[in-house]
Design a protein around this ligand. Structure first.
Ligand code: FNR
Length: 183
């Protein structure tokens, strides 16, 4: 059966390097895996009153329903001030509620942090990992995917052509596929 993979990107920027890296990784998934970007930029900031008072924004409902259909998640994120961008944290929060209806539960995932800098989004990568522990998502442990110096990796078409980097991406995809197939 086809495995459906949601790709959540922590940048809303049109020319996002992170999204381009995510696309390169998606293109490497094997047959039997179907990946799609899931919109998170339209989700109103999480407010528990929406759920408590049965006044749930349609964007929440649609996001939660879409995510329930997914078998696995690729998180691709830039780092903002050594943490994850608010848009991505908001999506995690929206998906985690109402209490007892955590849509992330048991969905295998991989975290890919991306940065033009040398620290490669380490802070964001691990802050995200911290939340995924609580959300009970099995996450690829190795290889850890810190993609630094991203501006040197992408050509004008948004493709990665460097063989060493492509080899590393293959190992990320392989570990992710292996984890997803266990669930
Ligand atoms: C950044 N940037 C950044 N980079 C980094 O490596 N560590 C950081 O802590 C931060 N902090 C930060 C905060 C804010 C508010 C912005 C807008 C940017 C730079 C960031 O890596 C760069 O803008 C990337 O291009 C963002 O990713 P996308 O949009 O290209 O995917």
């Amino acid at each position: 059966m086809t495995k459906k993979v949601a790709v959540l990107v922590g940048s809303l920027r049109k020319g996002s390097f992170t999204k381009q890296i995510a696309q390169n990784i998606m293109d490497m998934l094997p047959d039997g895996f179907e990946a799609q970007f899931v919109e998170i930029g339209n989700l109103p900031l999480y407010n528990q009153d929406f759920d408590d008072e049965g006044n749930v924004p349609s964007e929440y409902t649609s996001f939660r329903n879409t995510m329930k259909e997914m078998d696995a998640v690729i998180f691709a994120t830039p780092e903002y001030n050594r943490g994850i961008p608010a848009v991505l944290k908001n999506a995690l929060d929206v998906g985690s509620r109402p209490y007892g209806e955590n849509i992330w539960e048991n969905k295998p995932a991989v975290i890919i942090s991306v940065s033009p800098g040398a620290i490669s989004g380490f802070g964001a990568n691990h802050q995200l990992r911290q939340s995924l522990v609580f959300l009970n998502m099995p996450v690829v442990q190795q290889p850890e995917a810190y993609i630094g110096g991203v501006t040197n990796l992408l050509n004008d078409e948004g493709k990665v052509t460097n063989e060493g980097t492509l080899g590393f991406f293959s190992s990320i995809v392989e570990a992710f596929v292996e984890l997803v197939n266990k669930y």
